[in-house]
Every structure is written in C-alpha cells, then in structure tokens.
Write a protein that binds this ligand. Structure first.
Ligand code: IFM
Length: 798
C-alpha cells in the first residue's frame, strides 16, 4: 500500500493519505531548539536537550502518538470542527483531504474540509531557538464564513522529561500560566530567583500574530474538558476558550481567533512557541507582523539545506537510488550527524552524550557533502580520545577536552554507566579521517595538534598511531585485539580477553591506512613496524577462516563463536563484509564468504546479522538471545550492516549484488509496501524484522541510526565508485549490468565535476577508459592536480 510519493525536484516526501501505519516524522531545528513533527502534527519540542529541556509533551511508544502542534478550525454557523492536520479530530477521509509535505527542516500540511482550505507550515527559523507555525485559512465556498481557529500546545510542567512524567506530586505544583495581549506565558518555579543564574525558573510562551486573540486557555483541563481528549476539546466544541489559567494543574497554550472570511478570502495566522520571557516573546512576535518574513525564512532554510545536498547529486536509472542518495539518505546523514541519538519518537532524549563509535561513524555520511563540517566533529572526537589511544565510550554533551575522567576512573564509570573501554571505538577514526583527507585534500590535517580527553596533546597522526598502540597493547591469546567490553555489537561480550574478528579486520584496515600515511610522511621505521604487525595479525586472521566463512571471534575461554558447525549463530555478516573492506580476504575467500552471506543470510528485506538466531545454544555473553528470534542483534536485519555489505560487494565488482542489497533494504523501495515496513519509507531504521518474525519486513527505530552513514558510504563509494584519496579521485563504479550508465554532479575541493559513466557493454564494473576534459587518463584515477574549475569526466565501463 502506498501513502505518498517522493517529490525529487522539491526534495520533499509527499504524504497523500494521512492514515499512515505509524506517525511519519520529520526534524525541525537542531538540538539548540529541537522539534519533531509527524504527518499528523504530533511531536514535541525542546531546548538544548530532549531530556532536560523539554517544553512540550509527547506520548512515546504508540502509534496513537499524541499530542502535538494542533490547530483546530470551527465553523461557527454549523458548530462542526476539524483540525488542520487530519489528527487529532480525525474526520472521515472521504470528506477530509490532506497532503503533508515533509521537506528539509520544514513540514507543510494542507487540508480541505467543509469548503475551507488550510495550509500550515511548521519550521524552526535557521539558527533560531523558537518555532513557527504559519497557517493560511481560505474560504473556498461561495458564501461568507464565520470561523474560529484555535492554536494549541500542551506544555510540560518541568524541563526534565522524567520529572514531568512521573514526579507529579512535585511538578504539578510548580507552574502557572498567564495571558498578555497575544500570548500565553508559562511560568515554572517562578519564585526561584528570576534572574539568578542556575535558577530553575523558566518561562515559555505560545503567542500569535495575524488576527486578534478572542479567547485563551492556559489550563489543559479547561481547554480539553473532563472525559474528553485532543479529538474533541470542549473549548473547540463550544467555540469558546474560557480564559482560565493553570495553577497547580497541567498547563497548555491555547489561543482562539474569530474570523469572518468572504468567498475566496484568506487569513494568515502565525503561532510561535519558545522558551523566553514575556518581553522577549513580545519582541519576537512583533517581527512576524512584517509581511513576507515567514516565506523568507522558509526560503533561507531551503537554500541552506539544498545547497548542502547539491554537493553530490546522482542521476541513475533507479528513482529509489536517486531519491535516497540525493535527498533522504543525505538529509538523514545530516540529522544523525547533528542529533546523534538525542531525541526521536523512539529515543526520549535521556542519553547524556555522544557514543564514540556512533558519532565517528555518523561523520562518514556527510564527508562528501560538507567535509569541513565533518572536520570540526572529527577534531571534537579526537579530543575525546584518551592518551592511551582508546576512545571514551560515551562523550558527555558537556565534554571538557583535556580534563575528562576516563573509563579507568570510577567517577567516569559511575557517571556514564560504561564500565570499561570498548575494542572498536578509536578504530573508527581511520576510515573517517582517511575519507575526510581524500575529500578535502587537506593533508595538513594530520599535523594539527589536538588535546586528549584526559590531558596532553598530539598531532592527528600521533592520535592515530596511538589508536593502533591501544589495540596492540591489548591483544588476546590468539594475537588479535581483545574484545574488552564489547565490539561494534553491543550485545556480544566475548570476555575482556576474548577476541573479535570484526575488530581484527578493523585493525587490519587501520594498519593499511596508517601505513600509507607513514609512507607519505617518510616515517619508514613506522612503515616497517606496521608491515611486521600486520603480517602477524594476518596470520592470526588466516586461522579464523572456516571453509566458506570467517568466524565471529574467540571467547576468553577459547570457544569459537560463529563456527560453521555451531547449531545456532554459525554464520555472521560483519566478519565477511569486513574481511573484504579491510583488504585482508584473498579473492577466493572474499568470493566464497560473500556468497555464503547471500546463501545463508539474505532475505527479501535485506541481510540478517547472524543465522540461525539464538534460541537455546547461547552463552552468557550472547546478550542478544533475550531478543525475539530475528529481531535486532539476534538475527534481525541490522540495517547498519547492509551498508558494509553493499560496499564489500561493490569492492568485489559485483554491481548486481550490491544493488540487490541496496534495493532490499532501501526505504524507498518499500514505498508501495508501506504497510509491511510501517516506518517512514524515506528514512532508514536501526533494524528490520527478519523471516522468523510474524512481522517480517517491519522496520524499527527511525531516523537516528548508523545505517544512514553506512548505506550512504556503500552507495557513494561502492555503487557510484567515488573514492577520493589524498591525491585525487578514484572512480570505479559497481552498478547493475542493466544500467546504460548514470551521471554525477559533484563539488570536489572547490571545483565542480560533471561525471558521465557509460556502460555500453552492460558490465557490472571495470573501467575501460576515463577522459578528463577531453584528455584520456590511464586507469580509474583522476589526479586532483589536473582538475580545472569546471570538469567534464567520462568513464566508460567494459
Ligand atoms: O554498534 C551499536 C551502536 O553503537 C548502538 N546501536 C547498536 C549497534 C550494534 O549493537
């Protein structure tokens, strides 16, 4: 079933049926002032932190997601009423027509009901810390209409989300609302020292311009009424907000305007919500009396985001690929980059920092779109590396580089809940930094001096050497990196001295990267050192080959995990893809192991993380056994790993297989089966339920997931074959043999590349010729030094 379509030209997803199988969301603003909104206007807002700065309420974990940013419209002649989003009133869909356009940091909803057209635009102005809802209401009938319009938001009573939800004997009694001219002001902890810094006194406002305010409510119960809900508030039903304010009860902001519209006439009302005092609110509201301000702000948002996305645009025969890579996967990469795992309809905002591995991986998704934005975050993450080379598992939002405790300190463990280092964290720096240097050409980055989390400083190059040292000083009995607390898989504990092949492949890859760097810098002693340790690591990894697959690891007690003979979890995806990505696997091993992946793990919805799922034969460290079979890390289709499989198949030149994996796991490819996937068809999730689930194909944990970046990398570096390195750009696509070719428009180091890939022989990969501005080059490499400002590149496969 299809509920909407992709509008590629406008970079929007357009929802034409509002009864989507779940709330389909969009992000507005950023964590300074964050807002999420669904196609039915549910969602919440917060200042700086979803957990500690929450200003509006939201009910999590339900497809009845409520409440949100509601605008009610009442026909005062008939007493009928509806909402500018289909929900919460929910009029019959044969009479109520609506369209929701989710765009880049804005959402527009139109509705037609009872010959009244409304168009409501929700956004957070660029770099502002409040939100705007602009609604235009048009009388589309041929007679004058008397309408009342009610803007409504349900405030939290406390900025702390948990306190607001559970500590009611306290939070119900700290807030009151007042009304001034065109706004409701909510006061919290009012007597707690109004100007003193550190005071928990807060003021929020919900105000409007565009029409006189004829009624208001600051008391939730008075607006909704007893034994009623958001679908039938008594104030709307009766056409009158009674002016009551909350005091020792729940607060809301409800503003009523009474309109008289002649046929064809439009009224424009602008509601603004934020955490400001009354005087500041008045100033902000006044600025919206200027005609055209909203349209200018929307244009500014679009300009910003569309410019970011324009740095890489691809045109292939696959609309799914184009929609995801040009718009939605790219936008999701920025969202995960900016928001980490801070707040969604699944994450309540309670996480108090950045996960090291998550964040370093998230950076990869935007490097081809904004390398300098990426570089700033790389610097930040290097400043969260400890001077022993390991990463802080959790980097606090108020990270104080140079002065942090580490997992070796009990305070850190107590504060973050992370008992020790993880084996993989700092190793993610290698692919991220090498990609950044490739994209930007900024070789000097390696010489930048960056502080360590716990003090001291070193060049980026030495930070990386230190990450290698961290792994080398913590080897297990088989000379592979010890598992420590965990590797990428949070649910796999092989023991502090257990060994993970995934981490070993990561280390092998890291050695390749740093060897190149060392060679370029003339650091020959280090090259010799790497050659030596890489050969030894390779010998250990060779013993992890089990006929047609690599094992997952070796537990501290010596038992192999992921052996072919095992009754459960005998086949794991990540060691196979990473054996290829790391460059370790021989041609034969690579072909065989990826073929085993396809044979054993592939499903119509993507590749399972492992198979068979744990049911009866788990060990204590196989924490994933607690999940239902074929769910999450227990044999679910863990979407992040799809990106690595796409990349591995591409590196092997298997364009058909790479694209098969792209399509199986692509949200866009499920657009006409949205009732199966349930989640938004324009965003990746954390995982999809696999075939042992009665709900195979259903996806979960939308938006904030490492999937965004791995799939982006798999598609851009893998399928499109765009692999920048310090000296230029390798172009080596792996595409479906059915494609005649494709084009790319790419900005690269301040220059523009128009790339045409032709596939006359219908092969999957292999560059037959490459022409730069009419000059034939050898191989698949474009030297950066030969680029002009504007470049025409033609690649012929064959
Ligand atoms: O790698 C982890 C990630 O850090 C958090 N989500 C789950 C992934 C796999 O366990």
């Amino acid at each position: 079933m299809q509920y909407g379509y992709f509008d590629l030209a406008n970079k929007e997803y357009v929802i034409t049926r509002p009864d989507t199988p779940a709330p389909w969301a969009n992000y507005l603003g950023d964590p300074e002032y964050g807002a999420m909104i669904s196609n039915n206007a549910c969602g919440y807002s917060f200042v700086k932190s979803g957990a500690n700065g929450r200003i509006s309420r939201f009910r999590f974990n339900s497809n009845m997601a409520l409440p949100g940013r509601y605008i009610y419209i009442r026909d005062n002649d008939t007493a009928d009423y509806w909402s500018a989003s289909w929900q919460p009133v929910g009029k019959p869909l044969d009479q109520y027509k609506s369209v929701c356009r989710h765009g880049t940091a804005y959402t527009i909803m139109t509705a037609d009901y009872a010959s009244v057209h409304s168009e409501t635009t929700y956004y957070v102005p660029y770099h502002q810390t409040y939100e705007v809802w602009r609604t235009k209401i048009t009388n589309t009938s041929d007679k004058p209409r008397k309408l009342s319009v009610f803007g409504f938001v349900e405030f939290t009573n406390d900025n702390n989300y948990e306190q607001d939800q559970v500590n009611l004997q306290y939070t119900l009694f700290i807030t009151r609302t007042s009304f001034e001219e065109n706004r409701i002001i909510q006061h919290i902890n009012e007597n707690s020292g109004k100007d003193a810094s550190g005071s928990n006194h807060k003021e929020r406002f919900f105000g409007m311009v565009g029409a006189p305010v004829s009624g208001w409510n600051g008391n939730l119960d008075s607006f909704i009424g007893p034994y009623r809900t958001y679908s039938n508030p008594i104030a709307v039903e009766q056409g009158k907000c009674d002016g009551s304010m909350n005091y020792n009860s729940n607060a809301c902001g409800a503003l009523q305007s009474d309109l008289e519209l002649t046929p064809g006439e439009t009224a424009e009302l602008i509601y603004i919500l934020g955490q400001r005092n009354s005087a500041e609110a008045a100033t902000i509201l006044d600025t919206y009396k200027t005609l055209g301000k909203v349209d200018a702000e929307i244009a500014e948002l679009k300009n910003f985001w569309h410019k970011e996305l324009s740095n890489f645009q691809v045109n292939t025969p696959s609309p799914e690929f184009n929609n995801m890579i040009n718009v939605w996967n790219a936008y999701q990469c920025f969202i995960t980059f900016i928001w980490s795992r801070a707040a969604s309809f699944v994450y309540c905002g309670l996480r108090n920092g950045y996960g090291y591995r998550d964040t370093v991986q998230d950076i990869q998704g935007i490097i081809h779109l904004d390398p300098e934005m990426a570089a700033d975050k790389i610097r930040f993450m290097l400043s969260a590396q400890v001077d022993n080379g390991g990463g802080l598992p959790l980097v606090k939002f108020n990270h104080n580089a140079g002065h942090e405790n580490t997992p070796d300190d009990p305070e850190y463990v107590k504060e973050t809940g992370h008992p020790s280092y993880r084996a993989d964290d700092a190793l993610w720096l290698f692919p991220t930094i090498v990609k950044y240097i490739g994209e930007s050409g900024n070789k000097a980055f390696l010489d930048e001096v960056i502080v360590y989390a716990n003090g001291g400083e070193a060049t980026v190059y030495d930070h990386l050497k230190n990450a290698i040292r961290f792994s080398m000083e913590r080897l297990g009995a088989h000379d592979m990196p010890a598992g420590l607390h965990a590797d990428w898989n949070d649910c796999l504990r092989m023991g502090a001295k257990g060994e993970s092949t995934f981490v070993a492949f990561q280390l092998y890859y890291a050695m390749r990267v740093i060897r190149d760097m060392a060679q370029q810098r003339g650091d020959s002693d280090y090259v010799a050192y790497i050659d030596d340790i890489q050969a030894k690591l390779g010998a250990s990894l060779e013993k992890c080959w089990d006929g047609d697959r690599f094992i997952r690891g070796i537990r501290e007690d010596g038992v192999v995990v992921g052996a072919k003979k095992d009754p459960e979890a005998s086949m794991w995806l990540n060691p196979q893809s990473w054996a290829v990505i790391s460059g370790f696997a021989s041609k034969d091993q690579a072909e065989q192991s990826m073929e085993s992946v396809h044979r054993i793990l592939n499903t119509p919805y993507g590749i399972k993380l492992l198979d068979p799922p744990y049911r009866a034969h788990y060990f204590d460290g196989a924490l994933m056994h607690i999940f239902n079979p074929d769910t999450k890390e227990n044999g679910g289709i863990f979407s992040q790993s799809q990106g690595w499989a796409i990349l591995a198949e591409s590196l092997l030149g298997h364009g058909n297989r790479a694209f098969e994996y792209f399509m199986e796991s692509s949200p866009a490819a499920m657009n006409d089966r949205a009732e199966i996937r349930v989640m938004e068809p324009y965003v990746h999730g954390q995982f999809t339920e696999s075939t042992a689930s009665p709900y195979a194909g259903r996806s979960h944990v939308h938006w904030l997931t490492g999937t965004a970046s791995t799939v982006m990398v798999g598609c851009v570096e893998g399928i499109c074959g765009m692999r920048p390195n310090a000296d230029g750009l390798v172009i080596s696509p792996s595409i479906p043999s059915s494609w005649d070719g494709f084009t790319i428009e790419k900005n690269f180091r301040g220059k523009h590349l128009s790339i045409r890939v032709e596939n006359p022989s219908h092969v999957q990969s292999g560059v037959k010729s490459l022409t730069l501005n009419g000059k034939e080059l050898s191989g698949d490499f474009v030297p950066a030094a030969e680029l002009k400002d504007q470049n025409e590149i033609t690649v012929v496969l064959g």
